[in-house]
Design a protein around this ligand. Structure first.
Ligand SMILES: Cc1cc2nc3c(=O)[nH]c(=O)nc-3n(C[C@H](O)[C@H](O)[C@H](O)COP(=O)(O)OP(=O)(O)OC[C@H]3O[C@@H](n4cnc5c(N)ncnc54)[C@H](O)[C@@H]3O)c2cc1C
Length: 294
């Protein structure tokens, strides 16, 4: 049977596509439609048809901050590619498509001799995902670099929100889930390539020491004000605790690792147990940083 997006040009649709391979945690069920979208025109058509046929949709970047439910996602998962992976530069202003990987942005910025984004080195996602969740590290967050964000809303309308019109808070923004970040303008500053490279290398080496290797979604919980979630989990003696193949990293308490065959239910159960113990022993209510797609 034909699917409703059949006639749209500039997209590739996979039906009943397993989402686990599109996420860094490697868990979760199938998407009813997994769609690679190459242009704004195609994106607006997808949104139009989704609205007409009451199909839910969600954008996905590199899938490094999401947990997909075992039941999957009964809707359209939209992966920005093609034109959404472009980077254009006008002096210190970098216009990046929502599907651009952070790593590539930093590589191009370094090559052009522009710094200021080195704190992002080692964050494995796209700029769309990073801006949506105000990703950051080493005391900085991507919102500090943003000049404006180009969005498409559920009606296919394009709008631009300047940095001052967006509320950037710790690992969060007020950009709603139905809006898709099609592009972002980021401001860097002129810097020597040598200095940029050494800052990036320093940040990556700190990460190599602190960060566990394997399937994870990075920090699972947000750091509560003035505390580190990993430290709270550690002092509660929870490192190494597991449910099925989901395990609290022995290296970093705030990482839930998939040892290979974890189900989303295992990860969720483990997260609930962590929250319960931390709340009972320290009085702190942990809140997920990872977004559940279900
Ligand atoms: C090993 C590891 C280390 C990490 N370290 C850090 C870190 O130091 N700091 C940090 O902040 N994060 C970190 N993360 C988490 C993650 O990499 C970042 O949050 C990243 O910015 C998410 O980008 P993504 O493209 O993977 O987004 P996804 O995980 O694909 O999506 C995350 C959210 O953004 C939405 N989204 C994605 N693309 C768009 C778009 N174009 N428009 C609108 N919404 C969109 C999704 O719908 C979802 O709600 C780490 C993750 C891993 C696995």
């Amino acid at each position: 049977m034909k699917h409703p997006f059949e006639r749209i040009r500039g997209i590739r649709v996979r039906e009943c596509e397993s989402l686990s391979k599109y996420t860094s945690l490697r868990v979760g069920g199938e998407a009813r439609y997994f769609i690679y979208v190459d242009s704004k025109r195609a994106l607006s058509r997808i949104l139009e048809i989704s609205r007409r046929d009451r199909i839910r949709y969600v954008p996905i970047g590199a899938g490094t901050n999401v947990l997909v439910a075992d039941s999957g996602y009964d809707g359209a998962v939209l992966k920005l590619s093609g034109a959404f992976k472009r980077i254009r530069r006008k002096e210190s202003l970098f216009r990046c498509g929502g599907g651009v990987l952070i790593e590539r942005f930093l590589r191009e910025a370094t090559k052009a001799g522009y710094g200021g984004g080195e704190f992002l080195a080692g964050i494995p996602g796209t700029l769309g995902g990073a801006v949506k969740g105000n990703a950051g590290a080493f005391g900085h967050a991507v919102g500090e670099l943003v000049v404006d964000v180009h969005l498409m809303d559920e009606h296919g309308l394009e709008l631009v929100r300047t940095e001052s019109e967006i509320v950037f808070t710790y690992r969060s923004t007020d950009i709603d889930h139905s809006s898709i970040i099609t592009a972002v303008n980021l401001r860097l500053r002129k810097e020597s390539r040598k200095v940029i490279r050494s800052k990036i290398e320093r940040n990556l080496s700190i990460r190599r020491v602190r960060q566990p290797i394997g399937y994870s979604a990075g920090s699972f919980f947000k750091n509560p004000p003035g505390r580190a979630a990993g430290e709270l989990i550690d002092i509660c003696g929870l490192k190494g605790m597991s449910v099925g193949d989901a395990e609290v990293s022995r290296k970093h308490g705030n990482y839930i690792m998939n040892r290979g065959h974890a189900r989303a239910a295992d990860v969720l159960e483990l997260a609930e147990r962590i929250k319960k113990v931390v709340r009972e022993r320290t009085g702190v209510a942990l809140e997920e940083e990872v977004r559940l797609l279900s």
